[in-house]
Write a protein that binds this ligand. Structure first.
Ligand SMILES: *[C@@H]1O[C@H](CO)[C@@H](O)[C@H](O)[C@H]1NC(C)=O
Ligand SMILES: *[C@@H]1O[C@H](CO)[C@@H](O)[C@H](O)[C@H]1NC(C)=O
Ligand SMILES: *[C@@H]1O[C@H](CO)[C@@H](O)[C@H](O)[C@H]1NC(C)=O
Length: 389
C-alpha cells in the first residue's frame, strides 16, 4: 500500500489525517491506492472517456474560455453527480475515438514486431477519421492521417512538421502506458509513444506529449507517488532523444525543435517545487477556478491552455497533484477550465482511474458513457497482454 500526498485538499474522506511537512505547510496523507487489478484498467479506460466527454460537453465547453462560467453552468445542472454522461448531449470527442484506435491497435498487433505494430496503429488512426462527425477532430491529426499509408512498409512515417505541436498525440497515448506498465519496459513505452505520436504530430512538442501521457499512466499503475512523475519524465527525455537519433529520420529538425518541451516542463516543475522528484508540491494560496485559468494560460503555447503537446499532460498533472483521491476536485481542475478541457480531462481521467478505480464517482458519470463496452474490452485485453507478455 502506498500513500498519496496532497495539499490544501478539502477533507472529504474519512481516511484523511494531518501530517507535518518540511515546508511547514499543512499536508495530508490519504491512504488511497489498492494493488492493481483488471478493474483499475477498466476504470482508467472508462474514466478517460468520461473526462473527455465532460470536458467536451458537445463542443460547447472545449471552446469555452472561462472556468468559472463552466462551473456555474455545472451548478445549474445540479452539480457533477447529477450529470448523466451519455448520448446525445455528452458524446466523446476525437480524443476518445483516437485513444480507442491506439488501444485496439495494441490489441491487434504483436508487440514483438514493431514495424507491424506501427503500421497497425497507422491503419487504426486512419480509420478513426471515419468516426469524427460532431467530435471536432484536430486539423493536424486529420492532415497527418491523410498522409499515412498502412499498406506500405514505411507508411507510418510522415514528414517533420513545424506546426505539429498540438495535443493530438498526447490525448490518445495513455493506454500505451497500460500496455507497457513495467519499469523494465520503458524503452518500448518510449518507442511506441514517440512513433504513435509522430504519425500525426511529427514535432517534439507534439510527440513528447504522447510520451508524457503514456508514462504518467504507467506510473499510476506502478503506484509511483504523483509528485515523482514530473522528475521521472525529465529523466527519460534524453533516452527519447537517443531513440530519435537511433531511428535516423529527420534527426536535425527534431533536435533543433527539442528544447521547448523540456524548458516548459522544467519551469513548471520548479514553480511547483518538485523538480527534485522528492518534495511535496506547493500551490499558490489563492488557486481557485479563475486563478487556475490564468495560470494554465501562462503554460500554453499560444493562449489556449492544454491545446499543445507539452501543456495537456501538464495541466492534467497539476490537477492530479492537487486532487488526491477526490474525483470532483479532479474534474474541476482538469475538465472544467477555460482551455482545451477535453484533452486535459482525457489524460487526467485515465491516470486517476488507474489509481483510484471508481472511488466516489457517481454512476451517472460513467454508466452509459459512449463506447463504454469498447473501452472496457480494450482495458481487459491490455491488462491480459501487459500481465502475460
Ligand atoms: C449534442 O450533439 C448531438 C449530436 O450533434 C445532438 O443530437 C444533441 O442535441 C446535442 N446536445 C446539446 C445539448 O447541444
Ligand atoms: C490495404 O490493404 C487492405 C487489405 O489488404 C485493403 O482492404 C485496403 O483497401 C488497402 N488500403 C489501401 C489504401 O490500399
Ligand atoms: C483475460 O484473461 C482472463 C483470464 O485468463 C480471461 O478470462 C478473459 O476472457 C481475458 N479477457 C480478454 C478480453 O481477452
Amino acid at each position: 500500500m502506498r500513500f498519496q500526498w496532497l495539499l490544501f485538499k478539502r477533507l472529504t474522506s474519512t481516511t484523511v489525517f494531518p501530517k507535518f511537512s518540511a515546508r511547514s505547510l499543512c499536508v495530508f496523507a490519504v491512504q488511497a491506492m489498492d494493488p492493481v487489478t483488471v478493474d483499475h484498467y477498466r476504470s482508467a479506460m472508462v474514466l478517460s472517456g468520461v473526462g473527455d466527454a465532460l470536458g467536451y460537453y458537445n463542443g460547447s465547453w472545449e471552446f469555452c474560455h472561462s472556468g468559472p462560467e463552466i462551473l456555474e453552468e455545472l451548478q445549474e445542472m445540479g452539480g457533477l453527480d447529477k450529470v448523466k454522461v451519455e448520448l446525445p448531449d455528452w458524446m466523446v470527442s476525437d480524443d476518445t475515438v483516437m485513444h480507442l484506435a491506439t488501444a485496439e491497435a495494441l490489441m491487434e498487433a504483436s508487440a514483438k514486431d514493431r514495424p507491424i505494430l506501427f503500421l497497425t496503429l497507422a491503419k487504426h488512426y486512419k480509420e478513426s477519421m471515419n468516426d469524427m462527425h460532431g467530435r471536432a477532430e484536430g486539423l493536424t491529426s486529420s492532415e497527418g492521417c491523410a498522409k499515412l499509408k498502412p499498406n506500405q512498409s514505411d507508411g507510418y512515417i510522415i514528414p517533420f512538421n513545424t506546426r505539429g505541436v498540438g495535443c493530438g498525440a498526447a490525448m490518445r497515448a495513455m493506454c500505451i502506458g497500460l500496455r507497457y506498465q513495467r519499469p523494465e519496459e520503458v524503452d518500448s513505452l518510449i518507442a511506441v509513444s514517440v512513433e504513435s505520436g509522430r504519425m500525426t504530430h511529427h514535432h517534439p512538442t507534439g510527440y513528447l506529449g504522447s510520451l508524457a501521457s503514456a508514462l504518467f499512466t504507467a506510473y499510476a499503475i506502478q503506484r509511483k507517488p504523483v509528485r515523482e512523475w514530473g522528475a521521472g519524465l525529465m529523466s527519460l527525455l534524453p533516452r527519447a532523444q537517443q531513440y530519435i537519433k537511433d531511428t535516423g529520420r529527420h534527426v536535425q529538425e527534431n533536435l533543433d525543435a527539442w528544447p521547448y518541451f523540456t524548458e516548459k516542463w522544467q519551469a513548471y516543475l520548479e514553480q511547483r517545487g518538485i523538480s527534485d522528484g522528492t518534495s511535496d508540491p506547493t500551490f499558490p494560496q489563492e488557486y481557485g477556478p479563475k486563478e487556475r485559468d490564468d495560470f494554465y494560460r501562462t503554460l500554453s503555447f499560444s493562449g489556449w491552455a492544454g491545446a499543445s503537446g507539452h501543456d495537456a499532460p501538464m495541466i492534467a498533472y497539476d490537477a492530479l497533484l492537487a486532487s488526491g483521491d477526490s474525483w470532483e476536485e479532479l474534474c474541476k481542475r482538469s475538465m472544467f477550465h477555460g482551455g482545451d478541457s477535453d484533452s486535459t480531462g482525457v489524460i487526467a481521467g485515465c491516470c486517476w482511474g488507474a489509481m483510484y478505480g471508481y472511488k466516489g464517482v457517481h454512476e451517472n458519470n460513467y454508466k452509459n458513457v459512449e463506447y463504454r463496452s469498447r473501452l472496457e474490452k480494450a482495458a481487459e485485453e491490455l491488462y491480459n497482454l501487459s500481465h502475460t507478455t
